[in-house]
Write a protein that binds this ligand. Structure first.
Ligand SMILES: *Cc1c(COP(=O)(O)O)cnc(C)c1O
Length: 373
């Protein structure tokens, strides 16, 4: 993969393919040997670019992918993803023919959804979602008889090749009892229909794959940890797992401001001593959270520069008073490493009460993704 970084981008994301590869290897090393990886590349591979990531993983032996919707599924299929692509959520029934055309596997959200899909009379591959406690989608596993009856019915009417459930607190050790209960319910459902020999029964997300066990889970559906981020800020990831994505921009102007000046919209920052301010051409339209106004920081020349005033749509201002050698086109690290300082998407998210997932998924399309090995 070549480095096509042009020297003077406005705002860009660098994706380290080397880190992706290494995260995958480290994660696999923690899995029981019989369990494989299903790569979760929904939401444009968590903002990392689904075409490139899916093609890369496919070329390197991954044969199972998960996405959130049919457009994402077709997108990675056309980019060269080989093998099974599972849609984890809703697809309009009217598009069932495309599921067949592109050889995509559809999650069955409910009995009602399965019936609507079956009525189309198409040979659609599918897997039943089982609700073991999240109350989002799937057949309610509290009623095992019901689950068994519906699974058997649609194993005949559709091309059913698996079952899956989703763990909602697998990243929270204090809630292990609930997770164990979810896994047990899932195993019970799988056990009841074992004679159907469904090849793909899986219940682990990134956190589950690392910290929980099940005898029936053939896959870990690996999302966030593939990208080197934490399911929960309190988690400790295995040694060596590192963020794949860095986000960079440049300084477009440096200026001196004086006591009494105010900075930005709403005049939310008042200058109380002479300061040097740098303007950066990245803003909330690029996906940089406006909640970081007067709160976050970026890295320049290996040092922290605090955001002063409100983050604008396309620009923001930072304090570089104590940072030497900041000038026009100095590199700015919004997420990533600069010198000895590292600021991750998880750190940034934690400042504003959200999760790294939301930050990386939110980096907008106008920010170019550049792949480096
Ligand atoms: C998003 C998702 C995953 C991946 O979760 P991570 O926490 O990113 O590993 C797995 N399974 C389902 C059903 C999902 O929706």
């Amino acid at each position: 993969m070549q480095n096509n970084k042009t020297p003077f981008e406005r705002s860009w994301v660098e994706i380290s393919v080397k880190s992706l590869r290494s995260n995958l290897g480290l994660y696999k090393a923690h899995l029981p040997s019989q369990r494989k990886v299903m790569a979760v590349v929904k939401a444009d591979a968590y903002g990392h670019g689904d075409r490139v990531i899916a093609k890369y993983l496919s070329d390197n032996g991954i044969r199972h992918f998960a996405v959130s919707n049919i457009d994402e599924a077709i997108h990675i299929r056309e980019a060269g993803a080989v093998g099974q692509i599972l849609i984890l959520g809703y697809t309009p029934i009217e598009r069932a023919n495309e599921l067949v055309q592109y050889d995509i596997t559809q999650a069955l959200i409910s009995e009602d959804y399965a019936e609507r899909l079956a009525t189309q009379g198409l040979p659609v591959k599918c897997q039943f979602a089982i609700d073991t406690g999240m109350r989002r989608i799937g057949l309610n596993a509290d009623d095992q008889d019901y689950c068994e009856r519906i699974i058997r019915e649609y194993a005949v009417k559709l091309k059913l090749d698996g079952l899956f459930t989703h763990l909602c607190v697998a990243d929270t050790p204090e809630q292990d009892e609930f997770t164990n209960h979810q896994i047990k319910l899932f195993e019970d459902v799988v056990g009841r229909v074992s004679d159907l020999h469904l090849p793909y029964c899986h219940c682990m997300n990134s956190a589950g794959g690392l910290w929980h066990h099940s005898n029936v889970s053939s896959f870990a559906r690996l999302g966030i940890i593939l990208y080197g981020l934490k399911p929960d800020y309190m988690n400790t990831l295995p040694e060596g797992i590192e963020p794949v994505l860095s986000w960079k921009s440049v300084v477009s102007m440096v200026k001196e401001v004086n006591s009494g000046d105010t900075i930005g919209y709403g005049r939310s920052f008042t200058v109380d001593h002479p300061m040097r301010i740098a303007t950066i051409p990245t803003g909330y339209a690029d996906g940089y959270p406006r909640l970081l106004s007067n709160k976050g920081w970026v890295l320049i020349n290996g040092q922290r520069a605090s955001i002063v005033g409100r983050v604008c749509m396309d620009q923001m201002m930072v304090d570089v008073t104590n940072i030497p050698d900041v000038e026009y086109e100095s590199e700015v690290v919004l997420i990533g490493r600069s010198g000895d300082e590292v600021f991750t998407a998880d750190d940034l998210a934690n400042l504003i009460g959200t999760i790294g997932y939301e930050i990386v998924c939110g980096i907008s399309k106008r920010v170019e993704r550049i792949y480096i090995d």
